[in-house]
Ligand binder design. Structure first.
Ligand code: BLA
Length: 525
C-alpha cells in the first residue's frame, strides 16, 4: 500500500453509491418507475419477508399485490403527479403494520425520486415497544440556547438523549468545517470507552458523493458490518434501480473496512441540515450488531430536527445581535474616516499635529471593528498604516496580488503566507488578513481596507495522520481507508486566530456603508 495523492482521492468520489444493486438484509424492497405502478424491481429475499414469489410480483401493479394498501391516493400521486414526491426525504412516508408476512407484521416505507419509487418493508415494532418509540421529543430540546455555555450544554443534552434513545455506546455530534474536514464537538459515551471529543477527521472520510446522499436522507443505518447483502433484481435485465432514497441500500465496502478499522460493528448517523446544507452528523457507534426499528429511527430523526431548529435559531440570533452591536462601531469608524480625509486634504496647510490625533482615533476604531492588531488604508497613491503592521511586507505588491487573484470584495484568510508566499517573512505580525475592496472610491480608483492578525500557533488533534487518510491497495487495486486512528497532533505555524463569520459580516456591512457614504458624498458635491 502507498500513501494517497489527490488523484487517488478523486477515486473515492467515483463510487456510485446509489447505483449499487443490493440492499442490507434487514428488510426487503419493491420498486418501479416513477409515473408507473408496475413493480419492476424486487430484492431477492422478497419471499422470506412477504411470502410472495418474485415471479408473482414482477410485472404486476403494486395495487394488485396490496389490495388493501392504504396509501392508494399516494400511489395515484406517484403515477400522476410525481413532483410532490420527488422532494426526497420530505416525500418518504411510513405505513405502520402495512402487511403481515412469514416473519410477522411489516412496516412499509414509501419513497420516490425522479427515477423510481421504492417500497421498503421492515419488521414492525412489537406493540410492547410502541409507547417508548413514540415518546414525544423531550421538552428541553425545544429550548433555544442563547449563550455559548448554554449552547455547549444543549449539544451535550442532545448527545445524551440520543444515546438513551438508540442504546448505542457512543453518540457524537460531528460538525463539518469550512474545508469539509469535521470535528467531534460533543460526545456521550459508555463508561470506559476512549473519548473522541475534539478530534478532527479529514474530508475524505465522508466523500462528497456520500454527503449528498445524507443531505437527501435524514439518517443512515448500518446495523452490522458483517451482514451479507441481498441483490436487487429487475424485470428487464440491466435496468438500474436508483437507491438514493433507500434506507436499506447496501454499504460501500470502503466504509465497511473503515468501520472495522475503527472497531465499530454497528454505525448510524442522522443528518443535520441548515439552509439545505449538511452542517454535521450525529454519529452513533456500537461494538455489537445493533438494529433500530423504523419508528425508533424516525423518533431520533425528529429529535435531530428539533435540534436543527435550535442550531439555526441560535446561529441567526448570534448573527443578528452581533450585527446590531456593530452599528455604533461602524458609524464611529465612518466619521473618523471622514475626519481624517478632510484633515489630510488640509494637512499641507495646517501641519499642527492635529492630523496625528485624528489618525490615532481612526486607528483605534478601525482595529477594534474586527479585533485586528494591524490595519492599512490603501488607494492608488497612498498607503496609511495603523497599529502593528509588518514593515517587511510590500503592501502594494500584496494589493496587486489581491487584485489579480481574489475576486471577493470581502476576503479573509487565517493563513496568508500559504496563499501569498511573500508574506512568510512577516508571518509573526500578519498571518491573518481581512481585506475589503471598495471600487471607484471618490474617483480615486480602488480603495482597500486591510486588517492583519498576528501568528497564533495552535494544535489540531487528528484521528490518524490526515496525509495517510487513505491507501491504495496495489494487490486488490482498490482504495482502502487508514488502519490507524491514533491521535496525531499537527502544530500549525503561520496561522492566526481564524476570522469568524461575525468578522466577515461586520466587514461586509462596513463595506456597504462606506459605499453609501461615498455615494452620498459624491451626490452632495
Ligand atoms: C460514510 N463515513 C461515512 C459515514 C460516516 C463516516 C459517519 C456515514 C455512514 C455511517 O453512519 O457510518 C465517517 N464516522 C465517520 C467519521 C467519524 C465517524 C469521520 O464516526 C468520526 C467520529 N472513507 C474513507 C475513505 C473513503 C471513505 C478513504 O476513509 C473513500 C475512498 C468512503 N465513507 C466512505 C463512503 C461512505 C462513507 C463511500 C458512504 C457509506 C454508505 O453510505 O454506503
Amino acid at each position: 500500500t502507498e500513501p494517497l495523492t489527490p488523484g487517488f482521492l478523486a477515486e473515492c468520489e467515483r463510487e456510485q453509491l446509489h447505483r449499487v444493486q443490493s440492499i442490507q438484509p434487514w428488510g426487503c424492497l419493491l420498486g418501479g418507475r416513477t409515473g408507473e405502478s408496475v413493480i419492476r424491481f424486487a430484492s431477492a429475499n422478497l419471499t422470506d419477508w412477504t411470502g410472495w414469489t418474485l415471479d408473482s410480483v414482477l410485472g404486476r401493479a403494486l395495487t394488485e399485490c396490496l389490495p388493501e394498501f392504504p396509501p392508494r391516493t399516494e400511489l395515484v400521486d406517484i403515477t400522476s403527479a410525481p413532483d410532490a414526491w420527488t422532494q426526497a426525504a420530505a416525500g418518504k412516508r411510513l405505513y405502520p403494520a402495512l402487511l403481515s408476512g412469514p416473519r410477522g407484521v411489516l412496516d412499509g416505507l414509501l419513497s420516490c425520486n425522479e427515477h423510481n419509487w421504492l417500497l421498503e418493508l421492515e419488521i414492525g415494532l412489537p406493540v410492547a415497544q410502541q409507547v417508548e418509540a413514540y415518546r414525544p421529543v423531550p421538552h428541553r430540546l425545544y429550548r433555544m440556547p442563547y449563550s455559548e455555555r448554554d449552547w455547549a450544554s444543549h449539544c451535550q443534552y442532545l448527545a445524551d438523549e440520543m444515546r438513551a434513545a438508540t442504546g448505542f455506546e457512543r453518540v457524537m455530534i460531528y460538525r463539518f468545517l469550512d474545508d469539509d474536514c469535521g470535528e467531534v464537538i460533543s460526545e456521550s459515551l459508555k463508561e470506559g470507552l476512549p473519548p473522541y471529543l475534539g478530534l478532527r477527521y479529514p474530508a475524505s472520510d465522508i466523500p462528497l458523493i456520500a454527503r449528498n446522499l445524507y443531505r437527501l436522507n435524514s439518517h443512515r443505518q448500518i446495523p452490522d458490518i458483517q451482514a451479507t447483502d441481498v441483490p436487487v433484481l429487475s424485470l428487464d435485465a440491466g435496468e438500474i434501480t436508483d437507491l438514493t432514497l433507500s434506507d436499506l441500500r447496501a454499504v460501500s465496502p470502503v466504509h465497511l473496512e473503515y468501520l472495522k478499522n475503527m472497531g465499530v460493528t454497528a454505525s448510524m448517523s442522522f443528518s443535520i441540515l441548515i439552509g439545505g446544507e449538511l452542517w454535521g452528523l450525529i454519529a452513533c457507534h456500537h461494538s455489537e450488531p445493533r438494529h433500530l426499528p423504523l419508528p425508533v429511527r424516525l423518533r431520533c430523526t425528529e429529535m435531530t430536527q428539533v435540534f436543527t431548529l435550535a442550531v439555526s435559531g441560535y446561529q441567526s440570533t448570534q448573527r443578528l445581535m452581533d450585527l446590531n452591536d456593530s452599528d455604533q462601531e461602524i458609524l464611529a469608524l465612518l466619521s473618523a474616516l471622514r475626519l481624517s480625509e478632510d484633515e489630510r486634504d488640509r494637512v499641507t496647510e495646517l501641519e499642527d499635529g492635529r492630523g496625528d490625533l485624528v489618525d490615532q482615533t481612526l486607528g483605534q476604531v478601525l482595529l477594534s471593528l474586527v479585533r485586528a492588531t494591524g490595519a492599512a488604508l490603501v488607494d492608488d497613491q497612498t498607503i496609511v498604516t495603523f497599529g502593528q503592521t509588518p514593515e517587511t511586507l510590500d503592501i502594494r505588491a500584496m494589493v496587486n496580488w489581491l487584485h489579480e487573484t481574489v475576486p471577493d470584495l470581502v476576503f479573509a484568510t487565517d493563513r496568508l503566507s500559504s496563499l501569498f508566499p511573500d508574506a512568510i517573512a512577516c508571518a509573526e505580525l500578519a498571518s491573518g488578513l481581512l481585506a475589503v475592496r471598495v471600487d471607484g472610491y471618490r474617483d480615486t480608483g480602488d480603495r482597500w481596507f486591510l486588517w492583519w492578525r498576528p501568528e497564533q500557533p495552535h494544535s489540531v488533534h487528528w484521528a490518524g495522520d490526515p496525509r495517510k487518510s487513505a491507501l491504495f491497495d496495489e494487490q486488490r487495486q482498490v482504495l482502502s481507508p487508514r488502519s490507524s486512528f491514533a491521535r496525531w497532533i499537527e502544530t500549525n505555524a503561520r496561522q492566526s486566530e481564524p476570522w469568524t463569520e461575525a468578522d466577515r459580516l461586520r466587514a461586509k456591512k462596513f463595506r456597504s456603508l462606506v459605499l453609501y457614504d461615498v455615494n452620498a458624498h459624491i451626490l452632495g458635491r
